[in-house]
Design a protein around this ligand. Structure first.
Ligand SMILES: O=C[C@H](O)[C@@H](O)CC(=O)C(=O)O
Ligand SMILES: [Zn+2]
Length: 276
């Protein structure tokens, strides 16, 4: 499993395009009949994708974990961003259609992923954090996710934020997870931006139309940098970094966090006039 190490904000100031991409961007996660995971040293979050097409896939442990099975000391959030699929957790089958979320708690030994239809296979985005106790496995459909409508047409940031795993939603040890859908004609996510030193964050961009890109914004508020994002890229946001983005069209993304608390609204806002 690929390992991503932490970066100090002072060192980040001299990073050029290639090094920014190497340290923060997760590419080529979606491959047929494969589970691709990356181990980060940001709150020990593992991010990845399971893309079963013609065969079921099993979530095996990795040597990095020194654990008998993946969830021995971890919890995981799974969101499907493509065709209908199934996730099996210790023999119990959960159907995940597009934008449905499954939380699986610590101690579940066997997790498998499969497609409902070979012609339209699922893409399961995975985000896993260390866990100290078991919380029940829980499925939440997109309809049941808590919704916040944010932004406006006048500022090109009209979007619907869907919360699944958080303080008032699916219970977890430290994982917080949801997804944001930009409305047609809106391109800015998380603007005005924020930081939360108490939690790292990872974004997974999807439904970026062919030929379009997202400029993901990162860095300290007076040291902004950007990374060009393609569909199904994930990007790590360190605890010291703002995270925002503007697309050449609308798009969607999954956000997920691990760290100090489960309160979605615990953010330190940045004033647009202060960004440099
Ligand atoms: O800490 C929370 C995350 O940055 C995102 O949920 C923000 C977001 O989806 C948005 O405003 O569009
Ligand atoms: Zn955030």
């Amino acid at each position: 499993m690929k390992v991503i190490h932490s970066v100090h904000p002072d060192d980040f100031k001299i990073y050029q395009t290639e090094l920014i991409r190497e340290r923060f961007l997760l590419e080529n996660l979606v491959q047929p009949n494969r589970i691709n995971c990356v181990y980060t040293h940001y709150d020990r979050v593992i991010a990845g994708v399971a893309h079963p097409v013609t065969q079921p896939l099993t979530l095996n442990t990795y040597d990095n974990l020194k654990a008998e099975y993946f969830l021995e000391r971890r919890e995981i959030g799974i969101i499907n961003v493509a065709g209908d699929g199934e996730v099996t957790a210790d023999g119990i089958v959960y159907k995940l259609n597009k934008l449905d979320c499954l939380y699986i708690g610590k101690g579940v030994k066997q997790v498998t992923f499969s497609a409902a239809n070979v012609a339209e296979p699922p893409v399961f985005y995975l985000l896993s954090t260390p866990a100290h106790k078991n919380y029940p496995t829980s499925l939440m459909t997109i309809n049941d996710a808590e919704k916040v409508n944010a932004g406006g047409d006048d500022t090109a940031n009209k979007r619907t934020i869907n919360k699944y795993i958080h303080k008032a939603g699916i219970a977890s040890c430290q994982l917080v997870m949801g997804l944001t859908i930009l409305h047609t004609g809106s391109v800015w996510n998380t603007m005005p931006p924020h930081v939360h030193d108490r939690r790292m964050e990872a974004y997974f961009y999807f439904d970026i139309p062919a030929g379009q890109k997202v400029f993901h914004l990162m860095g300290e508020e007076t040291q902004s940098r950007h990374i060009l994002i393609d569909n199904y890229n994930a990007v790590i946001s360190p605890p010291w970094s703002m995270h925002s983005g503007a697309g050449t069209s609308n798009y969607s993304f999954i956000w997920g966090m691990g760290g100090e608390n489960l309160d979605y609204t615990d953010m330190d806002a940045i004033k647009i006039e202060n960004i440099r």
